[in-house]
Design a protein around this ligand. Structure first.
Ligand SMILES: [Zn+2]
Length: 372
């Protein structure tokens, strides 16, 4: 945690042993000391990570996730503080600012069941790692976009703190902070929250990004992420927001109906490396971007359309290629027009051949026009 912010970190355990970590920024916030006395079943063990020999990738098979709670009524929200609804929730205390909880239905878990290793071509291993839920606020009926810059800064500090700590787990190879927003993206809980996955391997797209960065560095001695940002800044036609320490732009080869990347001006591998000024500016620029995204589409009578989105933090892998990797945030939406979604259909799902109906320059021009 940085020296100039006053975020109080409190680590506790839930009834089944899972960790809950409070990040409180409200001056005088009461200590978080309430015990979780729910009669919880034993925590889930890690599922299987199966090797897909056909394309050389891994797939986590987590059957217990079928029992997840799907879109519960408001007074049974498991991410509201206990006492606001009709149930004892995942958060025993009556309030919080930002809180991180180990996922009750994890794709990756720290404890493995005994299992004989599989033999080729049916190789498998335990899906060791950790998955966490980040509650951005104790308020149920709001969204990330409506948080104060101060609270967004606390979320950024929580992401960075979790990245640093999860990176210390021996089997963790990659830490991914993300937010799925909107039922169109498959969100199962309405409460404003994101997730963190700590993977025991480098996922496919992260591996591709690393391979490109390594090849570029071998060829030029420079960072690909840095060269791409400079090229976008020099071109200008896809720039959306220029902050003090961050620039938002639509990438030249955007794949989604709406896609924006947010990159720091300084070469940093991950969120942990951001200094105070960069974190504060990120809060400002990101809130500006999210505000524009929620005004990107209009209903027929001119009303705003809350944009479903995926916000994905691309950080350096934990144990390889850190010297060539560069942090950036990728925000994408499947919403082509109000009521019309882009499906990952034959070309994209079958062979990974992307087609985008939206010109990246037009996406950028629309987002620039939405400045306050
Ligand atoms: Zn809630």
């Amino acid at each position: 945690m940085s020296a100039t912010t006053t975020v109080r970190r409190t680590v506790r355990n839930l009834a089944d042993g899972r960790e809950i970590i409070y990040y409180d920024d409200t001056p005088g916030a009461p200590p978080r000391t309430t015990d979780d006395d729910r009669p919880l079943p034993e925590r889930a063990a890690a599922g299987h990570l199966r090797y897909d020999a056909l394309i050389g990738d891994w797939v986590a098979v987590a059957g217990h996730r079928m029992n997840r709670i799907l879109l519960p009524p408001r007074d049974e929200c498991p991410l509201c503080p206990t006492g606001r609804g009709s149930i004892a929730t995942e958060i025993p205390d009556p309030d919080y600012d930002v809180v991180v909880i180990e996922n009750r239905f994890p794709s990756y878990a720290p404890v493995a069941v005994d299992d004989a290793p599989g033999e080729a071509p049916f190789e498998h291993r335990a899906a060791l790692g950790r998955t966490e839920v980040v509650c951005f606020t104790s308020e149920h009926d709001t969204s990330f976009r409506s948080l104060s810059p101060r609270r967004v800064r606390t979320v950024i500090d929580a992401w960075a703190d979790r990245t640093a700590r999860l990176s210390q787990i021996p089997e963790v190879e990659h830490v991914f902070c993300f937010e799925n927003r909107g039922p169109e993206i498959g969100v199962t809980l309405h409460h404003p929250h994101g997730q963190i996955y700590a993977y025991p391997y480098l996922p496919a797209r992260s591996r591709e990004i690393l391979a490109q960065a390594q090849a570029h560095h071998a060829r030029t001695g420079r960072l690909l992420g840095s060269d791409l940002l400079r090229a976008e800044q020099a071109d200008g036609s896809r720039i959306v927001i220029t902050g003090t320490h961050w620039t938002a732009y639509v990438p030249y080869a955007a794949r989604w109906p709406v896609e924006v990347h947010l990159a720091p001006h300084r070469d940093v591998p991950d969120l942990v490396a951001l200094d105070d000024a960069e974190r504060d500016d990120l809060a400002t620029v990101y809130l500006d971007l999210l505000d524009r995204l929620d005004r990107y589409h209009r209903t027929e009578d001119g009303g705003p359309v809350a944009l479903p989105y995926i916000a994905a933090w691309h950080q350096a892998p934990v144990r390889q290629g850190r010297e060539v990797s560069r942090l950036h945030l990728q925000v994408v939406s499947v919403l082509r027009a109000p009521g019309t979604l882009k499906f990952l259909a034959g070309s994209e799902s079958g062979v990974g051949g992307w087609v985008n109906d939206a010109r990246p320059e037009a996406i950028a021009a629309r987002l620039r026009s939405l400045a306050d």
